[in-house]
Design a binder for this molecule. Structure first.
Ligand code: DO4
Ligand code: MG
Length: 281
């Protein structure tokens, strides 16, 4: 099932039917057995037509986040490890990416407060003091306050490769700035954990021209999703739950950098497509 947050209330899509859910977002999502709760709500529910749902979603959609922090994992795929090692060759720091890829403890970093997060069809930024910028398509987990994964969404971990490549200690500046994180378009809630054969793809358009198009599957991830969630919750409480981007596995060639007005589309099978336009901060 899919849960959309809008400024006109929340919309639940279950088995091709749409329900209007007028409860506060964090109250709905931050619980164990979210799927059961939503099934029960749809039983009692306020059913609406597909046309009504389409209108609300296309006019009033918000990122599917309340008071949660957004965190991110890094170097969880070989592809990401290799890209970081290449970009940090001159700084002499390539080795730290190799070591974190192999270590028991994953790389986890704070990404964004909710008010800086962009949603579907909104702008995300590249920094004007950066010369090499990429989007990072990432499966993103919603983990409730008990540390249990309850839902999935699509994340874009916008990153400056020039700033991180200069020195890994610049990671917070490469990764955290206004609208450097996007999530959406909705939460995807499933009975079973998401399948590792799920496809994740990204394309980038500059005007009519397709600049990049690639896809892979989640099976290439080095770590498990519960493992990443448990590291995040090891020494921190999240009263409202948290979002965790799980690392990138699709990286444009080294000669590619984003430009203003580029359009980035990230698709994860079963969840949908997250589209963002590039802007400059
Ligand atoms: O080490 C830097 C960040 C890595 C990252 O964001 C990723 O692998 O997705
Ligand atoms: Mg990333």
């Amino acid at each position: 099932m899919h849960l959309y947050k809008t400024s006109n209330g929340n919309i639940l899509k279950v088995n091709g039917r749409y329900y209007f859910i007028n409860q506060p977002w964090d109250f709905i999502i931050n619980r164990d057995n979210l799927i059961e709760y939503l099934f029960n709500l749809s039983d009692e529910g306020n059913i609406i037509t597909e046309a009504q749902a389409d209108h609300i979603i296309s006019s009033y959609l918000l990122p599917p986040i309340g008071q949660q922090e957004v965190w991110a994992a890094g170097v969880t795929y070989l592809k990401s490890r290799d890209a970081r090692m290449e970009e940090s060759e001159d700084s002499g720091a390539a080795d730290c990416y190799q070591r974190v890829y192999e270590a028991t403890r994953p790389e986890l970093f704070f990404k964004s407060l909710p008010h800086r997060v962009a949603g579907h069809n909104q702008k995300v930024n590249i920094r004007k003091d950066s010369t090499w910028d990429v989007p990072e398509p990432e499966l993103t987990l919603f983990i409730n306050k008990y540390g249990n994964i309850q839902a999935y969404t699509i994340g874009n971990d916008m990153s400056s490769r020039s700033i991180e490549g200069e020195n890994p200690l610049y990671l917070p500046q490469a990764k955290m700035y206004e609208r450097s994180a996007a999530i959406g378009p909705c939460l995807y809630i499933t009975e079973d954990p998401i399948s590792l054969s799920t496809a994740i793809s990204m394309n980038i358009y500059r005007g009519e021209q397709k600049m990049f198009d690639d896809s892979t599957t989640l099976s290439r991830m080095k770590r498990t999703l519960p493992e990443l969630a448990s590291w995040l919750f090891k020494a921190m409480d999240f009263e409202h739950g948290a979002f965790l981007m799980t690392g990138t596995c699709v990286v444009p060639d080294n000669n590619f950098t984003l430009k203003k007005n580029d359009i980035v589309n990230i698709t994860i099978e079963g969840i949908g497509t997250l589209t963002n336009t590039i802007w400059v901060k």
